[in-house]
Ligand binder design. Sequence first.
Ligand SMILES: Cc1ncc(COP(=O)(O)O)c(C=O)c1O
Length: 386
Amino acid sequence: MDRSAPIYLDYQATTPLDPEARAAMLPFLEERFGNPHSEHVFGWEAAEPVDNARRAVAELIGASPGEIILTGGATEANNLSLIGAARRTERRHFLVSAIEHKSVLAPAAALAEQGFEVETIPVMSDGVIDLECLARLIRPDTALVSVMAANNEIGTLQPLAEVSGLCADRGVLFHTDAAQLAGKQPIDVAALGIDLLSLSAHKIYGPKGIGALYIASNARSQIAPIFYGGGQQDGMRAGTLAPMLCAGLAAAAEKALTQQAVDEAHAKALKTRLLNRLREGLLDIQVNGSEGHSLSGCLNICIPGIDAHGLLMMLQAELAASVGSACNAGLIEPSYVLAAIGLSADEARASLRLGFGRFTSFDEIDQAAALICEKAVRLSHTYAAE
Ligand SMILES: Cc1ncc(COP(=O)(O)O)c(C=O)c1O
């Protein structure tokens, strides 16, 4: 893929569109314009990518196509899980991890405003949830536990099988936001005992504006819709689906499945190279979260004493990366994820997230590391002279 400067190292915010996903989408901008819910040839043509998307997503996570609800993205899938469960249950208690994406934390806060009791599951310094604490927090009236598969800021992977075991024992729904993990590493919802799983096309080289919620067939009756209208998707999510986006999601999910091992090995090699180069150029860097037990395409580092935002501003013509998650970008407050793993406000301010993947080259990694080291050294000299 032709990538002009700046070097793009923000793959957790979004991934570039894969050329195969783009090619699959184009016919639906042109001659195949039908409504996928219409009962005639134009509709049937447009319904094909909808079926393909459900099938491809199901294959990616070990589900069956009938268990996949297509949504506007992971944000909607997360909202449907929490709000949908709250509407169907007599239970009043919800548990979410401290480092969930805002699209889980915000609906949880909305439920708290409506009188539900929402508690937070703490994480340890590597970002992994405290399972013993979770076991203590689950109550007879707990409706749902939401623990993300991989964190979007520090990449930490969570022990999904253990969480599901704790939930299944007590008849509690287990939801996982897998927006960052799906397509990167194998996930088998049945083997892991997951009831609800959210994912997003634009994190797996597909288009923005579409995602999916897996609802295990035996959990279906426990989720109420949050959109009402024409009864599409068996009434679980009303609204006309976008065949163009479905075609992009289908192609992206198919490719993710066939290319997962290659992508993963590439990301791992890039991470090792980046970390080595940074450690050669800067004596003092710390990896935030877990160095080994995290997404291969995500590296969150603290360069003590540096203002990471200032560093990235100095580099904006050459390098695009992020401090904290993109959704926090407008806010000056330190990342709540970094605070949850025990970083001080100063350490959080000195931290940046570098994300890379399928289209990142080793040359880009070398250049990015050299740029970061050079500017960080210069910044620290400036501070010392002040
Ligand atoms: C972990 C996680 N969950 C949910 C989302 C929201 O996904 P979408 O943009 O598809 O709504 C993101 C995107 O940043 C994410 O990283």
